[in-house]
Design a protein. Structure first.
Length: 252
């Protein structure tokens, strides 16, 4: 979680495809329930969908892929389910890190690390360290992540600078705050996809999604595949992004 003062990419992206795709991987439990299977099996199949989508994003030349894997609010689930989800994350990193690295994927992690078990922190650090120079696809794992918490952490750090006399409050604008978020050098998501039919953000990238295009799919996450990703990207291509300005055809 560096705090480099790189500019946050904003404004119209005139290229065809999204540079940054973020996904709320939802519906594992319902997928399993519909088949009479335990929720854990839905989560296990969800990891397979994740492997597929990373490969697909890589093939499609997407530069940044953010995945919501555990929210700050998911702590309210039964301990056994939290254990299953953490176990799957451990296994995913242990089994897949070498392949991801070989494929040129850079792994980044956003979210609160304080309070996580030390072996999980070590695995997350190892993934980030090993892959830090890779340039093909940036895979950003939102783990123990909540957007309100991320913004509050940023505000806390700014407040500390003010209290220590290192910053004038009047110097704080939206860009400043953006630079104190967990991954300030990553451009805002162009496209946010949520599976399972729910149409909400559930505390995901609320700051960064100010001008993201949102695509809600009726399928559950374990059924997500390359075709679904391509379909969402096709829908994105049909949208007209205006960023508060005028439509391209009216502007000239
Ligand atoms: C997404 O599936 C996985 C996580 C939130 C970790 P869910 O577990 O939320 O599945 P549903 O929404 O209950 O079907
Ligand atoms: C959002 O899904 C969190 C993740 C996908 C990790 P939830 O299933 O937790 O969201 P709600 O509770 O339906 O809003
Ligand atoms: Mg859910």
């Amino acid at each position: 979680m560096s705090n480099a003062a790189a500019p946050v990419t904003q404004g119209p992206d005139r290229s065809d495809g999204p540079v940054h795709v973020a996904i709320i991987m939802d519906g594992n439990g319902r997928w399993a329930a519909a088949r009479g299977l335990p929720r854990a099996e839905g989560h296990r199949r969800g990891v397979e969908a994740l492997r597929r989508v990373v490969r697909a994003a890589h093939d499609l030349g997407i530069r940044y892929l953010t995945i919501f894997s555990f929210s700050s609010e998911n702590w309210s689930r039964p301990a056994s389910e939290i254990g299953d989800l953490f176990g799957l994350l451990r296994r995913f990193i242990r089994n897949d890190l070498a392949t991801l690295h070989g494929d040129g994927v850079r792994v980044r992690v956003i979210g609160e690390r304080a309070g996580l078990e030390s072996d999980i922190c070590a695995l997350l650090n190892e993934a980030e360290e090993l892959t830090r120079d890779n340039t093909k696809l940036n895979l950003i794992v939102a783990f123990n992540y909540g957007s309100r918490q991320e913004i509050a952490r940023a505000a806390q750090r700014l407040a500390r600078e003010v209290a220590e006399g290192r910053r004038d409050p009047s110097s704080i604008d939206a860009d400043t705050l953006g630079h104190y978020l967990d991954a300030p050098d990553i451009p805002d998501p162009d496209l946010i996809i949520r599976t399972s039919g729910e149409q909400r953000l559930s505390n995901f990238l609320m700051w960064q999604s100010a001008y993201s295009e949102l695509v809600f799919l009726p399928i559950h996450w374990p059924d997500f595949d390359k075709a679904a990703l391509e379909g969402a990207i096709a829908e994105y291509a049909r949208r007209e992004r205006r960023f508060g300005g005028l439509a391209a055809k009216t502007a000239s």
